[in-house]
Design a protein around this ligand. Sequence first.
Ligand code: MN3
Length: 245
Amino acid sequence: MNRRNFLGSSASAVAGMHALSILDAVPAYADAMDQLQSTDVLMQRYPFALPALGYALDAVEPAVDSRTMSVHHAGHHATYVANLNRAIESDTALHQLTLRELLTRLPTIPESVRTSVRNDGGGHANHGQFWPLLAPNRAAQPSGALGQAITRDFGSLAGCVTALKQAGTGQFGSGWVWLVSDNGKLRVHTTSNQDTPISERLVPIMGVDVWEHAYYLKYQNKRADYLDAVLARLNWSAADTRYQV
Ligand code: MN3
């Protein structure tokens, strides 16, 4: 091994060790995520199941049209669930793990199914937190600890929504825009494809789908208009329950 290769491989090894030590050093993460309700999709184990929408397909009109809602929930989300189940069907050891555990232990998942767990498991987790955010009879503002933290970290709810819209509009290609808690501090975050903040040891408070399938039938290329409409009608009580100080 020449010197350049040696330095390259040892740098990689150090980077890998460093990453592991970071993951190990965030006890607050586990505390916050341990507050999850048993009905949260993150608490499901194999066989995973599509959660009911909980409202009519046209309940979110005009922000989200009923055809998009139908295709998105019964089409896209259901497919992530079916593909995840198929991927780990024969690996009974993985049946012991919750969806949260699968997604926070991605590096230890067998390589043959890791991509499916990441994409299909992430898709199940991400959509599972999205539907309650759109529920009708919504709380138009966050309350309690979340409301105070938004004021502390963004100045106002409007400031937070503006930051979410900016990041969601700027996300290149498919992905999600998130409000996350990073050890109690709120910030806006984006993920590509179906990657989820929990795999990065961040606590997702709320996330909005910016894949084209979430808006293209009604908004075509106008993602900013979709984000305006959806961010204006979020059910913040669904987010309140995810913010634990
Ligand atoms: Mn989607």
